[in-house]
Each structure stands twice: as structure tokens, then as C-alpha cells.
Design a protein around this ligand. Sequence first.
Ligand SMILES: [Zn+2]
Length: 351
Amino acid sequence: MTEQILGVAIPFFILFILVEAAYSLWKKKDFYRVNDAVSSLSCGSVTILVEVFSKIPWILLYIYLFKNFSIVQFPISSIAAWIIFFMFNDFLYYWAHRLSHEINFLWSGHLPHHQSEEYNLTTALRQGALQGTIVFPIYLPMAILGCPIEMYLVLAVVNKLYQFWIHTRTIDKVPLIEGILNTPSAHRVHHAVNQAYVDRNYGGTFMVFDKWFGTWVEEDKANPAVYGVRKPYRSFNPIKAHIDWWIRLGKDAYHTKSWKDKIKLWFMPTGWRPKDVSNSHPWDTFDLASFEKYDPKVSSRRQWLSLTLYAIIAISIPTVLNLKGQLLIWQHALIVLAYLLLIYLANRLNY
Ligand SMILES: [Zn+2]
């Protein structure tokens, strides 16, 4: 069912992205750049390719817990269960999202979503391929409380679909729903690196959890959002994007002399580093005043090639995924690896 929902949604995603890009061009707003858009969409494609494999163990675990340890089992036809679990899933999303920002090793999964220094509808599709796997344990209470797997998977997709439209600079504040539902204004704050906006507005659909737990802040026009991360990625490589933070943490674990810190650093707040390593291998400090977007100039021919190659890759991915029942797992894995290489090449044209 989730694949059918996505099948219907994807043509709308493409349509709205084209409309937003045309609007940006018409109004001379510079909301879009080829290098950034291809990189963001590529991260989404990498996620689709990786999750074909990575979702299986977690779904099996969810079903096992639901069958053997759930305190009650709601039928899929229960309207009350849909409403209650929609809210509960959104509550768990708040914590999964918040912890993904605030704990070092969890940040590695969510980081790709925030690396874009633009903010448009392609950013919504810029997902971290490993994120679903890393935070999945947080959603297991859904199984224990009796949410059937089919219901959970649909709720997870609906939560993601809702968040598509909020990744835009074309919509100002929305009357009546600001502070209650997630909106473009609320989520622009979440993607900003301005000091006042960092680690704020974690909500998925509802913003009430941010209000309850003290992470809500309103967008201030006097402090326009600057997008990206405070350790700028400075690349368009969508493969390395997924391991960039792992590499940073791995290097720190290797360099520190303290065995305790080699373990501890993965579970500490995001950005925490062992003292000896932060002295011997300091990181650049982030300065908003001197921040410049990563935007290497390449010829328009290379940009068109990149866009065309990515379009061919994206259009062919669903056909290849549909073959999965007819292929051995190693054959499927080889095809996925070949796609990752092609996706890398499409982006390499832009830097
Ligand atoms: Zn986030």
C-alpha cells in the first residue's frame, strides 16, 4: 500500500518542483541551483535504493514484536486506532527527530537532509538513506501498543508526505495554523544555521510537541534564515554525504588517546569531541557573518549533462526495483551498486 501511495505522490512531487522552479526563475528569486537540486534529489534516490534492503530486518522485528509482545492488537479497520496512532507516531517522530539532531551518532543518519544550502521542494526529498534504520527502534512502542505493521507503514509515509510542502520559501506564514501544524515558516527555522534557530521546531505534522518540550521558536523576518549545517559539507557527492559525519566521528575515535572517549563520543551531544583531539585536530568554527554558499562554477553544458543523466537514472529506478522478485539478492545488490556509481557521476559533473 505504501508503494501505491508513493506511486501516486511522485508525479505530484515532480509537478510541484517544476512549478516552484519556474516561479523562482520568473520572480528572479534564485531558490534553485542545478548542482544543489541534483544533489538533493540524488540523496533521495540513494535512500530508495538502500532502503530496499535496510528496511527488511526492522519490519520483520516490528511484526515479531506485534505478534508476540503487543498488549492489544487493533484491527486495521479501527478508525480510533488510526487517529490515536497518527498522534502517537507524530509524538515519536518528534523524539526521533530531536535525538537525531542532538546525539552524535544519530546525527550521522539525519545530516544529509540538512546539508543543502538552499531551501526548496527538492530539499524535502533529500533524505538520509541510513536514517530510517538508525532511528527505527524509537518506533517499536507502536508495535507493543498494537499498531498493525500496515497501519504503521502508511502513517510513516503520510508523515513524510505532509512534510513535502513545508520545504519552500514561496509560502509566507500561514494564518490560523502557525504554532499548531508544521508550516513552511516553522520548518525554515528548523533548517537554519542562525544561532537563534539552531535545534528548534522538530515537529513532523504537529508543532504542539515543540511547545510542550520548549523547542518552539517563531520565524523572525529581522533574522532571515540561512540554510545548511554549521559544519558545511562543501561537496555535492551524495554518497559521501551519507558517511561524512561517520568519518568525522571515526577520525576522532582513532585519534583520541582515551579508550573511554573512543566509545563515549558516539553517544554524546552532537559536536562533542574528546579534549585531546579538539586540541590536536581543531575544527573550523562556524561564523554566520562570513558564511558563503558552496557553489563551484561549471559550464552550462556540464549542468545540462548532469540534469539529463540524473533524470534518466531517476526515471529508470522504479522499473529496476520492480524486478526485485525476479533477481537473486546479489544480482539486485550489483544493480544498486551500479546505480550508486551513476548517481555519483551525475553529481561529479557539478564540481
Ligand atoms: Zn532535522
